[in-house]
Design a protein around this ligand. Structure first.
Ligand code: GLC
Length: 420
């Protein structure tokens, strides 16, 4: 299969709904939070104005308390469940009630670096600042230095093996009738199981009943996990925000952001897990680390948390996975319990996570490995097209196709000369 920059742009154009971009038609017919940040960076390689609009449309969904929802339902569609009526939030435009990895400030810094309109950047800077404040207030009220998720979907890694233990506490009973739409578009063997899905909806029912108030949600949550992936992304985003604050913020903003970075990096260091030689998430209900090897365990490379020993251990692990014949970076490695090379976040390679890991490797001087991760990402896309994710063993393209964020990452790789 040959793919080109023009093809990648065509995917974004096809998924453009007039200022915001759907991840892919049918399967995901609305604007998704972290997808749109990557999409904005993809657009920025050829259309800065359109890139800014993508982020502005996302921020239209931001709540008064600073939360940016994981889905903004700009226009109705009946090919997705759970839709706005299940979430029962009170925002215009309608939104979901949970969030997703805060890549916004990382994207915004990229757009600003390319010369995006300062007035528009400034407005988005303020939105990102309010969002980061929300994260630490609402999701680290105990000041542990890492932020917690109340729903697996907030991780962006919906059915990651790490969630299995904490999710087992969540009942399968729902007050909402579960009408899955995803398995009508994509083979069920590539998607989360029915049992997982019922638990996902039980959580939505619980939080809707709590009125989507962060304090009540924190108390009611039967799922509460300090996530290594989102904490690392948030700290990477804080560093990007700190850079923007020099131009668009105040001295007080800069001091506030710097203090959060220091506290967050200390928090991340506590998530190092010797048993797997990676960082791990922490179950706040069971008060235990969740030692499941996974791609998210490399994301702290985006921050200043890892010392030389941790960087060396993470790099050695990636080299081992590669030497074992796996396309980098599998969401879970082939020898992990529950590994499934085709099922969503249980093994498949995702281009956006690879891009973040490569950025982190570069930050810590592991340039050769960063190049390897980029080359594997490019090879996967060139071999199978702009698929949602890729089998780390067979390299088959899986899930939805014509996928926006995969196209966006291809554009970023192409620009760096990592692709033709
Ligand atoms: C799936 C992914 C999530 C992504 C969404 C839209 O739910 O797990 O990370 O944001 O699809 O692409």
């Amino acid at each position: 299969m040959t793919v080109s920059v023009a093809d990648a742009r065509a995917v974004l154009a096809a998924n453009d709904r007039g200022g915001y971009t759907v991840p892919t038609a049918k399967l995901y017919p609305f604007q998704w939070n972290w997808d749109s940040a990557f999409v904005a960076m993809g657009f920025a390689t050829f259309d800065l104005d359109r890139a800014l609009t993508e982020l502005e449309r996302l921020v239209q969904g931001q709540w008064a308390d600073g939360m940016i929802p994981h889905i903004v339902f700009h226009a109705p569609a009946d090919t997705y469940f759970p839709g706005p009526e299940v979430w029962g939030t009170h925002h215009a435009p309608p939104t979901s009630g949970i969030t997703q990895p805060p890549v916004l400030a990382i994207a915004l810094a990229d757009l600003a670096r390319r010369g995006a309109d300062p007035a528009r950047v400034r407005a988005l800077y303020r939105a990102a600042l309010a969002n980061h404040r929300w994260w630490w207030q609402a999701r680290d009220p105990e000041h542990r230095g890492f932020v917690a998720l109340l729903h697996p979907w907030e991780s962006g890694r919906d059915n990651a093996p790490s969630w299995e233990g904490p999710l087992a506490r969540v009942p399968e009973t729902t007050t909402t009738e579960v009408r899955r739409r995803d398995t009508g578009h994509v083979d069920a063997s590539m998607r989360p199981s029915d049992s997982e899905y019922r638990r996902f909806i039980h959580l939505v029912d619980t939080y809707r009943a709590a009125g989507w108030d962060p304090v009540r949600l924190w108390q009611a949550a039967p799922f509460k996990v300090g996530d290594v992936g989102v904490t690392a992304i948030l700290l990477g985003a804080e560093a990007a925000l700190l850079g923007l604050a020099a131009t668009h913020g105040t001295d007080a903003d800069q001091a506030e952001i710097a203090a959060r970075i220091a506290a967050g990096e200390a928090g991340l260091r506590r998530l190092w897990c010797d048993a797997i030689g990676q960082y791990a998430s922490h179950d706040l209900i069971g008060e235990a680390l969740l030692p499941a090897p996974c791609s998210a365990g490399f994301l702290p490379l985006l921050t200043g948390a890892p010392g030389a020993a941790e960087v060396a251990a993470l790099a050695a692990l990636l080299r081992r996975w590669k030497a074992e014949g796996q396309l980098l970076v599998p969401s879970a490695p082939r020898d992990a319990p529950g590994f499934d090379s085709a099922r969503y976040w249980r093994g498949p390679v995702w281009a956006v996570v690879n891009w973040l890991i490569a950025e982190g490797l570069r930050r810590h001087g592991e340039t050769e490995l960063a190049t390897q991760v980029r080359a594997d990402t490019r090879a996967a896309i060139e071999g199978a097209g702009f698929c949602e994710y890729f089998d780390p063993l067979s390299r088959a393209g899986l899930g939805g196709d014509g996928f926006s964020w995969t196209a966006a990452i291809y554009l970023l790789l192409a620009e760096e000369g990592a692709a033709p």
